[in-house]
Design a protein around this ligand. Structure first.
Ligand SMILES: CC(C)(COP(=O)(O)OP(=O)(O)OC[C@H]1O[C@@H](n2cnc3c(N)ncnc32)[C@H](O)[C@@H]1OP(=O)(O)O)[C@@H](O)C(=O)NCCC(=O)NCCS
Length: 172
């Protein structure tokens, strides 16, 4: 604190009282703005209501998946796990199938059921946005347990070498 500020805060004349009043007012305004900012940040994060964050993660070995996809029952396996849209989107690219498979498992963990209670891998459709990012939605005519399709979902995935990984966060 500099000496001028010190004399202002410690003096007792009418001018100093006015300055103290102003600084109290400024502090009140600062508090008010900080509270409003925090509220806005919380609303932006939680979408305006109190929501519970849920997390799901999964890793897939691309070599194992490649063997499953090209096995004698590969076509049946592919159509049991992936929707027609996903199959077209992945165009035979194993790492892309692998990230989609990892996303489906991660979503099942974030919901908390795994592939039970009516949730199947094919009921979770993994869509590629024009910018390359991933979205998830119930496949046509499918419902997710706990009404989880109404949650706000954020997905991230990656692949390197034999490993594909996905992380999902949902606000329920
Ligand atoms: C959840 C599930 C999809 C994960 O299966 P997985 O790929 O074999 O296993 P992962 O290595 O990826 O994950 C295992 C971890 O997931 C977590 N997990 C298991 N069930 C979970 C659930 N319901 N919710 C959240 N996390 C769960 C556990 O931490 C587990 O580790 P642990 O066994 O050391 O405790 C699986 O447990 C499941 O739902 N099975 C249902 C029956 C089935 O096999 N269906 C196949 C249909 S194709």
């Amino acid at each position: 604190m500099n000496s001028r500020a010190e004399s202002t805060s410690q003096g007792s004349g009418p001018q100093n009282l006015a300055a103290r009043h102003r600084s109290r007012h400024a502090a009140d305004v600062e508090d008010l703005l900080a509270t409003a900012l925090n509220d806005a940040a919380s609303r932006a994060w939680a979408g305006g209501t109190a929501r519970t964050p849920r997390l799901g993660v999964d890793v897939v070995d691309t070599d194992i998946l490649a063997r499953q996809l090209s096995s004698r029952i590969g076509a049946e396996f592919t159509h049991r796990i992936f929707t027609d849209t996903e199959i077209v989107d992945c165009r035979g690219m194993v790492p892309k199938f692998a990230t989609r498979w990892a996303v489906k498992e991660a979503v099942s963990k974030a919901i908390g059921t795994g592939f039970r209670d009516g949730l199947t891998p094919k009921a979770i459709e993994v869509l590629t946005a024009p910018d390359g990012s991933i979205r998830v939605a119930p496949s046509r005519g499918q419902r997710w347990p706990l009404d989880a399709s109404t949650w706000r979902w954020t997905v991230s995935a990656a692949h390197e070498g034999r490993v594909a990984v996905a992380v999902v966060i949902a606000l329920s």
